[in-house]
Design a protein around this ligand. Structure first.
Ligand SMILES: NC(=O)c1ccc[n+]([C@@H]2O[C@H](COP(=O)([O-])OP(=O)(O)OC[C@H]3O[C@@H](n4cnc5c(N)ncnc54)[C@H](OP(=O)(O)O)[C@@H]3O)[C@@H](O)[C@H]2O)c1
Length: 321
């Protein structure tokens, strides 16, 4: 099975890196971005501040970028700089990986669903997606009839599986979320101050979690002009308040089962720089988990761009079905 990738921003770069490092189940023979030239793409790969693409021996090929996949095979990713709906390979891929940030609705993805292309998977919240599938929550509900899917977002993935698990254990009355989010380097000149933003989590979490209403979740989300990792904090007001010891014990068990690979608890505080490259949705130092009155607080970090790992897992699940 093969997939075409649209967009080569921070998310798509992390997706490509993860695919090269871990995924053998499908190929990515095509990449399109509307503005970046092939030289820009090659430079983003070879000069990456975070991801060491040198292990995949990148070089320019006749039609795109040539990389050596970790399985040893050489792959040439054919590159088009142009309008996505006009690429010559339209309809020739099984899946459309919509990672440009430009098309977050069914209508916007429809032009890509031609010929063999049966599903588009958006790397962001999509309000009218046929399905939003969050790993660790509802990925098993995948339907072959869905045309446009969303993997959620970095904050949706960070919040939703943990919140749902906690609700099952203790009953969540209210959730307060704080996010301090980085920016892609190329966006820094246009955003030189911290900015409050609307976070899609606030509306999407109640759509995904039947037990949570819009009045029970409050999200503060600010972007800061900085390219490192991001900060995340959850405060859950609970029906039944456990001791910290109890919650840690149960959580450790869940992290080996239903929440496996989705969160990490660190004995020592790794600091935000210490979570770059983390494949989990969020990392919490033990000191960041506290019971305060009837609230349970999780204060930690996340490598938001690396939520591409969850997106990749979702694509692999689709491919495997
Ligand atoms: N970054 C995250 O943490 C994250 C996490 C989860 C989901 N997402 C979602 O994924 C989508 C893409 O986000 P992103 O973080 O990849 O955004 P981004 O880095 O800003 O990239 C988005 C688009 O910006 C343009 N671009 C990328 N690098 C550029 C550069 N160096 N100079 C000039 N233009 C450049 C490209 O489009 P053109 O060349 O066609 O303009 C690219 O497709 C969004 O919907 C976002 O919400 C992002």
């Amino acid at each position: 099975m093969n997939a075409g990738l649209h967009g080569f921003g921070r998310f798509a770069q992390h997706l490509l890196f993860s695919w090269l490092s871990h995924s053998r189940q499908f190929s990515i023979p095509y990449l399109v971005d509307e503005i970046l030239s092939l030289e820009d793409v090659y430079q983003l790969i070879t000069d990456h501040d975070r991801l060491d693409f040198s292990r995949f021996s990148p070089r320019l090929g006749a039609e795109g970028v040539v990389l050596t996949h970790s399985d040893g095979g050489e792959v040439e990713i054919n590159y088009t700089c142009g309008i996505a709906a006009e690429v010559p390979w339209l309809g020739e891929v099984d899946l459309w990986l919509e990672c440009s940030g430009r098309n977050s609705s069914i209508a916007a993805c429809e032009p890509f669903l031609k010929g063999r292309t049966r599903q588009a998977i958006i790397s962001a919240t999509c309000w009218d997606a046929d399905q939003t599938l969050v790993m660790g929550l509802n990925e098993n509900q995948w339907s072959s009839r869905a045309k446009v899917l969303s993997y959620g977002s970095c904050t949706v993935n960070a919040f939703v599986p943990l919140a749902d698990w906690l609700h099952q254990q203790y009953g969540v009355q209210q959730a307060y979320v704080n996010v301090v989010h980085n920016l892609p380097r190329h966006q820094l000149p246009a955003h030189s101050d911290p900015e409050w933003k609307i976070c899609t989590l606030e509306k999407m979490a109640p759509q995904l979690l039947p037990w949570l209403s819009n009045e029970q979740i409050f999200v503060s989300y600010a972007t800061v002009p900085y390219t490192g990792g991001s900060l995340i904090e959850f405060n859950f007001r609970l029906n039944r308040v456990p001791s910290k010891q109890e919650v840690l014990q149960k959580l450790q068990h869940a992290l080996e089962n239903t929440l496996k690979g989705l969160y990490r608890i660190e004995t020592e505080d790794p600091g935000v720089a210490g979570v770059l490259g983390a494949r989990e949705n969020a990392v919490f130092p033990l000191s960041g988990i506290e019971v305060i009155g009837d609230n349970l607080r999780f204060r930690g970090y996340f490598d938001n761009e690396n939520s591409a790992v969850r997106y990749l897992q979702l694509v692999e699940l689709i491919v495997g079905n």
